[in-house]
Ligand binder design. Structure first.
Ligand code: NAD
Length: 451
């Protein structure tokens, strides 16, 4: 069905051509995954664990090559790209402990025994966005394989290269043919087929809220299991009693990391009124220092946007009042300097919509109740930060903000051994951590009569 060219967003040059799988080719690969499932589910727990550890170890050996691909394909900074490759290995290692620990229960009943099993689902379809191609793929395929499922994975059109490489690495590590299959192509062809194909028993989708909504509706036809990780518009809340220097120094990274193309980006900045000017002065210094440059440099803190289209979408938000900007390279590539906007109020477009670019919208708040109210005035609820030296306030606000992943005096949201996911329209279900396996298994209850 042809191929298309993958573009380096830093230079606008072609990296390579990638095959667009047709629906018929997708069906054939799903059928192959279905056959592989019959033997994969029966692989002894210790053996499956060893294969996942071998996969992790091969990923670690290839971390430089994977990072280099992500820098060229996605414009990720070298520091981020290495972290992302390591995250895949870490997630595989973490879930390699699962096959031997997928415990069921024994429940007291009269006249026999009652036990539960955590059975695999079958073929799981993982659909990945372009913003974090490696980690988001790993969060889906590692627990899924550990639980005994086979995986078909569709990377985003813009960023398929590390996924293709991970497919090759899996093979080298001894993962049997058909157990983990990367299928490149269009969302409307390959992704849509995952949703309609009856042999795909679950969809793990990460991407925009609008596509997520249509996938959820599509899954309803077959009552197909679905996990959704969708958009975000997270708040970074700075109280007057915070370590203002630290909060300001860290605020650029909280929103401009990965050029703001991060579902957890703290793209709404809420600052307590009485420190507004002090905070903004310190924030400006930090934004001006933020290094936007060739992502292959070890010093780079931000690279380009993923595409011309994304550049045009993001720049359409820059009509609002600009407080200050950072800097970015000129010339070829989808470069945009970090922008700090002063929202006129909570109705401002930049305040309400997920921009997915290096743009932060700022508003002042009066007190704790006002901060919580403004933070919650959003259809999204994925992450967020709270900066305060008052522990009790940190606890109250963390409990008050409707969001799945919050940090107090920190902006980090992701640890592979803790749960990750969204409230409201930011998603459905949780990935990572100890509970993710529940999303890749069905509980089966069996009663054995002793009569
Ligand atoms: P997108 O929704 O356009 O695409 C995501 C994936 O879905 C791609 O692989 C695409 O090809 C596929 N797809 C598109 N249409 C489809 C269809 N009809 N059926 C099946 N698959 C289809 O999103 P994107 O632009 O690649 O990514 C950006 C979005 O992802 C942002 O909204 C961001 O917030 C979100 N995101 C969320 C998380 C999270 O964990 N919550 C993480 C990263 C990104």
């Amino acid at each position: 069905m042809g191929s298309y060219s993958v573009i380096n967003p830093s230079t606008e040059t072609v990296v390579t051509d990638v095959h667009l799988h047709s629906e018929a080719e997708t069906d054939a690969l799903i059928a192959k995954a279905g056959s592989a499932y019959e033997s994969w589910r029966k692989v002894a727990p210790g053996e499956r664990a060893a294969l996942l550890r071998s996969f992790a170890s091969e990923v670690s050996k290839e971390r430089e090559a994977l990072a280099e691909l992500e820098i060229r394909n996605s414009g990720h900074t070298r520091g981020n790209a290495l972290w992302e490759a390591d995250n895949v290995a870490n997630v595989l290692n973490y879930y390699s402990a699962a096959p031997e620990r997928l415990f069921g229960r024994q429940i007291p009943v009269p006249s026999g025994i009652d036990v539960t099993f955590k059975e695999p689902l079958g073929v799981v379809g993982v659909i990945v966005p372009w913003n974090f191609p490696m980690p988001i793929a790993g969060w889906g395929f590692a627990p899924s394989l550990a639980a005994g499922n086979c995986v078909v994975l569709k990377p985003a059109e813009y960023t398929p290269l590390t996924a293709i490489k991970l497919g090759e690495i899996a093979k080298k590590a001894g993962i049997p043919d058909g157990v983990f299959t990367v299928i490149t192509g269009k969302g409307s062809v390959v992704g849509a087929r995952f949703v309609t194909h009856p042999a795909v028993r679950k969809i793990v989708f990460t991407g925009s809220t609008s596509v997520g909504r249509s996938i959820m509706a599509g899954c309803a036809d077959q009552v197909k299991r679905v996990t959704l990780e969708l958009g975000g518009k997270s708040a970074n809340i700075i109280f007057a009693d915070a370590d203002v220097d630290k909060a300001a120094a860290n605020a650029p990274g909280a929103v401009f990391d990965n050029a703001g193309q991060d579902c957890c980006a703290r793209s709404r900045l809420l600052v307590e009124k009485r420190i507004f000017d002090e905070f903004m002065a310190k924030f400006e210094v930090a934004v001006k220092k933020f290094r936007v440059e060739d992502p292959s440099l070890a010093s780079a803190e931000m690279g380009p946007l993923i595409s011309r289209k994304q550049f045009e979408t993001v720049t359409s938000y820059l009509e609002e009042r600009v407080a200050f900007t950072g800097s970015a390279p000129n010339g070829k590539g989808f470069w945009l300097a970090p922008h700090v906007l002063l929202a006129k109020d909570t109705s401002a477009r930049s305040w309400r919509e997920e921009i997915f670019g290096p743009v932060v919208s700022v508003l002042a708040f009066e007190d704790e109740a006002d901060a919580i109210r403004k933070a919650n005035d959003s259809e999204y609820g994925l992450s967020g930060s709270i900066w305060t030296r008052d522990l009790a306030r940190g606890l109250r606000v963390a409990r008050g903000v409707e969001s799945g992943n919050l940090s107090v005096n920190s902006n980090s949201s992701v640890r592979y051994w803790t749960p990750f996911g969204g409230f409201k329209q930011s998603g459905l279900g949780r990935e990572l951590g100890p509970d993710a396996l529940d999303a890749f298994t069905e509980v089966k209850n069996v009663f054995f009569s002793n009569e």
